[in-house]
Write a protein that binds this ligand. Sequence first.
Ligand SMILES: [Fe+2]
Length: 301
Amino acid sequence: MNIYVDAKMSDDQRRDELYSGAVFVYSPSPYALKLCLLAQEMIADAFRPFEPLHIHENISAEKCAEILGVLKPKFIHHPKSKEYIQGMLTESGADLEKTYFDVPRMRTAFPGDYLKSGIAYAFHPHRDTWYSAPMCQINWWMPIYELNSENCMALHPHYFGKAIKNGSSQYNYQRWNQESRFNAAKLVKADTRVQPHAEEPIELEPQFRLVCPIAGAYQFSAAQLHSTAPNTSSVIRYSIDFRTVHLDEVLSHGGAFNVDSACTGTTMGDYLRASDLAPLPAEVIASYLEDAHLPSNRVSA
Ligand SMILES: [Fe+2]
C-alpha cells in the first residue's frame, strides 16, 4: 500500500488512490488546528477542575459517560465545527461544490477497562462500509491531544480488497438510528447494540498506527478495516473524525471495490455540501436507500 505524506496531487488523483487502499497523512493545517483547539476548550470546560487526559483517575465511569453524553453532541453540532471543516476542505484543495461532509464526531479511548461501551465505544475491527457507508466514503481522523503509539487507532490494510465473512447483512443504518443510537450514554458497562462484526478469525497483525501531531490528519477509504487499539497508555485519547464523499462517485455509485459489505440503508442523508451545507438531492439518497451498495459493485464472498 502507499502512504502519502503532505501529498500535492489533484483531488481526483487523491480519491483514486484512496479507493485503491492508499492512506494520506497531512501536517496540521490552520483550520485543523482551530477545530482541535475548539475541541480542547470544550473538553476542558466539561471536565473542569480535572485535567482532561486523566479523567479516569478522578471520576467514576458512570459520571464520565454522563458528561460525554452532553459534550459529544455539543461538539458535533457546534456551528464552528462545520465552519472549520469547510476551512480544512478548502485548504486541502477540494471542490466545495462537489464535496460533501458529515458532522465531526469526537471519540475517546480510555486506558484499560475504564469505559469501553456506549458513548465511548471501543470499535472492534470493522469497515465503515459494513455500517451502510457508501463505497466512496473517505474517513478523516486526527488527534485532539498529543498521541502515542499505545492509544491510537489501528488500520489493518492487508484486508483491503480481501473479503471477510461478516454480519453486515443484518445492519440497516435507518433502523439503527431509530433503535440504538440514542441510548449510547446509558451503556456504561456493556454494549448490547447489534453491530456488524467479522464472523471469522481476524489477523490483527500486521497493523499500523499513524502517530500524528495534534491536528495532523489522515485519510483512508471507508472500506479499510480499522479498529480502536486497546489503550495501554496511562492517558485518555481524544480524537476527531469525519467523512467526505465526492459528488462524481456519489452519482456513479463508485469508490472502492466492495468485497464483503451487504448492509442495507444508507448514510447518504448525513452529508452536507461543503459550499453551503445543503444535503444531497433526495433522489440521489433514494438511489442508495434500499441497498447501500449496488449489486454491480458487489462480489459475493
Ligand atoms: Fe470506523
